[in-house]
Structure formats: C-alpha cells, structure tokens
Design a binder for this molecule. Sequence first.
Ligand code: G1P
Ligand code: ZN
Length: 546
Amino acid sequence: MGNSHATTIATAPFADQRPGTSGLRKKVQVFEQRHYLENFIQSIFDALDGYQDATLVVGGDGRFYNREAIQKILKIAAANGVGRIVIGQSGILSTPAASALIRSLKAFGGIVLSASHNPGGPHGDFGIKYNVANGGPAPEKVTEAIYARTREITSFKIVESQDVDIDRLGETMIGDMRVHVVDSVANYQALMQTLFDFDRIRDAFRSGLTLKFDAMSAVTGPYARVLFEKELGARPGSVINAIPLPDFGGHHPDPNLVYAKHLYDLAMSDAAPDLCAASDGDGDRNLIIGRSRFVTPSDSLAILAANATIAPGYRRGIAGIARSMPTSGAADRVAERLGVPLYETPTGWKYFGNLLDAGLVTICGEESAGAGSDHVREKDGLWAVLFWLDILAARKESVDAIVRQHWTTYGRNYYSRHDYEEVASDGAHALIEALRNQLPSLEGQCFGALQVAKADDFAYHDPVDGSDSKHQGLRVIFTDGSRIVYRLSGTGTAGATLRVYIECFEPDPARQYMETQAALADLITLSRDLAEIERYTQRAAPSVIT
Ligand code: G1P
Ligand code: ZN
C-alpha cells in the first residue's frame, strides 16, 4: 500500500486552536469534534518543513483519547510522507521519555499527547504538543505558524487503513511509512543510568532506605516500577497507583499538597518512609516530601543544584542555573556561591531550551513542581526523585537534615503560591490591567514595614536568540527582598486562573522554622489588597494554596 492511498478530505478551520504554554489543551469533547484533531495535526505538518522521510516520535500519558488520537496521527503522518514513526508501547511515553527518545533517535521532532496534570477521562482534558529536534517544546515562532495554519486550513490528508496494533513491540507499515513500537521505558532508563549512581542507591535500599512513590494512575507507573522496584530494589509496593488509567482513576494527577494530601499525611505520620514522592499525569512534575519535611519545589531546585556534583552525571559541576521568574530566589543564592550564572526566565519550560542548548545552564526549575537538566528538554519528575535518592544515598542523612542544613548555609526563602482558579476571565484580565497601570506609582511606597523597591511587568530578553517576551507577570519587589508576583495561568481550560506568588527571605536560622503561611501573613494580606482581588474576582480567598 503506498501513499497513493492517501485521501484528501475537505475541512473548515476552527477558531480556537492556538497552542498555549504547553501545546493545544482542551476538553476531550472539543477534541472529539469532527476533524478537530485532524485539522490540528495537518496544520502541524503544513507549518513544518523537512519531515518527509524523517523520524517522528509519538506517545502520550495514556489518558482518555490517547489511543484514538495516535491512530489518527499515524494515518495523517503517513499521508503527509513522514518516513518513520516511533511510538511507545500502548501509546505510552512520559513527556521526559519522549524528549529523551527524540534526542537519542535524532528524530525530526515528536508529538506528545497529554494535558499534563489536568484531570483525564471523557469529561477531562486532552492535549497535543509538538516538540522539535532538541526534544523540547516547539518555540513560539513554530507554534504561531501552526496556529496561523489552523486558521486557513481547507483540507487534510489521511491514509485509509486498518488501525496499527500499538500494543505489540516491533515494526509495521502504514502506507509507505514505517511504524516502530518500542518499549516505553528502556531508552529513558538507560539515560538515567548515566546520570545517577544506581549501585549506591541500590545499596541504600538494601540498607533500609524506604520510598513511597505515587504514580497517580498516570504515566510514570511503568517507569517507576522498573526503575525503583526492579532496578534499584525498593521494596515491592513502594510504587503505588502504578497502572496508567484513561481517567487516572478519577483522581487529579497533580502532585501538590492538595491532590497528594495522602502522601503528605503519610510523610508526617509515624509510618513515614524516608522519601515520599509523586509525579503528574505526563511525568514531568515532581513532589518531594521527606519524613516530616515537605520540600518546596523552589527549595528542591536549590538543593539539587547545591548537591549536584554528588551525582555522576554532574560530577564536573554545573554551568549555570535557570529558574522561572515566579520561582523563589533560593537557587540564586546557590548560583552565587558556586560562582555560576543564574537566569530568570518567563514561566514555561520552553524558555529554558535555548539556555540548555547553548550550554549556559545545566539545571533548571520552576516553582510549579518542575525540575530538570540538560539531559532532556522537558522537566522530569522521575529524574528529580532519582536525584534525591542519590543524594540521600550519598549523604546518608534525612531529607529534613539536608533541608535544614541548606537553610542554615544559604538562608530560607519562605514561599507560597495562591491560586484563584476558574474565576471569570473578564475580571481577571481587568485586575491585571489595573495593577499594571498602578505599578509605576507603587515604587517607593510603604505598606507597614514594607517598602516597594521596584514594581514592573516582567519582560525577558533571550540571550541566545535575541527574542523578547513581554508581559510575563507583574512583580512587586520590596527593599528587604520580599516579593509578590501576579500572573494569569496559560494552561487552564475553563475561565481564568490568577496566580499570586508570595515570598520573603529569612537569613536568621532562629527564625527559619515558622509555618509558611504565618511567616508570609503580612505579604499575603497585602497581595490581596494591592490587587483588589476580591473586588475583581469575587473571591475572598484562593482555591488552592501550595
Ligand atoms: C503552569 C505552571 C508553569 C508550567 C506549566 C506547564 O503554567 O505555572 O510553571 O510550566 O504549568 O506545566 P500556568 O498555568 O501557570 O501558565
Ligand atoms: Zn506535566
């Protein structure tokens, strides 16, 4: 069967196919509209050049619609002349594993099917993200070209053929295109073995180190079983909710203190293992909780960077650290002490890509439970857990002791994010607009003991490609280094979500053990007053505090 079997089918554009921070993310029902997915996939091919006869990687987090989407993508790819598609078995590839595979195969790019930490199932969310040859999310000029194409599309090409058996390993053909179904875990596992000291971690488990990893019925289950239980010898049952389910078992696969509260409770109990950890729907986020010690993602980034040379993959030291602007300044202090540069980027992993490609940074992270390094071009949940395990195995100290020692050395950044989820979009935009206009007048003003040093609308100049990104969050920075940041989420699928990030710095070890919300109380009140949050959103309090 050749591409002569490709049919051209007439279609009409949808107006809402602009990819956001993490690709095109919509309710499943939106994707189920006739030709919705086909249009978007064809628009990807129309916007790209040079994929003919090349290799593309395809996989997803196993959520509802993953399998249907993959079959359609295979047929459209074949009709468009793609040479080969490499798919994770049963359509499963975690986002970092997809990134790793694109890089290992020197593929042209990849299509990652996921809505990350958003709920799945027929009433949940679905998403499509295009990644480029470096393994990272497509840069804005590519996603904008795809979007532009979606506005003009009049037809798509598809090969009429049987579905491919994506559960069976091996090669088949669809049209003139080869389809290669590969083990979802093997390539990723091999990469992890080059970064961390598996023998050392194995010894630590043998000597009694304990772990509870919650895969949240999402994509990391198969990876975690192989890595933690089979390879490293963690006790059977260390990995829970290990089977990826189309609806994630009805849970919200977001590893934060709200949706993974059971892990937090376990970590605070007498039965606490040494490390409790979790990842999200597509495996790029991480949650780290030691026995009686939650590690904020911002602190985790700083601690991994400070201890990086423990791990074989980073033994020679790190070139630099990058963090998203709203992420706490804890990593800045580590970078300063190490004498390496610290880059502050807009929210979203794609902004790290150029810095990593250029070798300017080795480790990067975001306050939203994302950390990673130059080993792939996505954040990587299991990488963070393995990194912590390697540090625990090498230092033979508890998570709590490591965190406390870090604060004594570097000072503590108290940090919290307050989310006002699914508020009316108009009100949320009006709030940002009003606050933006007010920023210049805030500089120099005093609020109780706090004085505003600087208030601005964060803009980023990419030092590698020279591009500029404006309006990336409103910052109010105080003279003592405290900070309030406001921005609207770019990943929600209903209404708008206002995120408020609140931070203060405490160098005095005697004052580093307050409850976070109490330590930040004055700033929290001020954050609500300054932006008149209740007036604009009709919400007196946030819906999620992390
Ligand atoms: C959120 C996080 C951001 C992360 C993104 C994708 O985006 O805040 O750090 O990169 O999810 O995981 P937001 O909804 O804030 O735009
Ligand atoms: Zn994710």
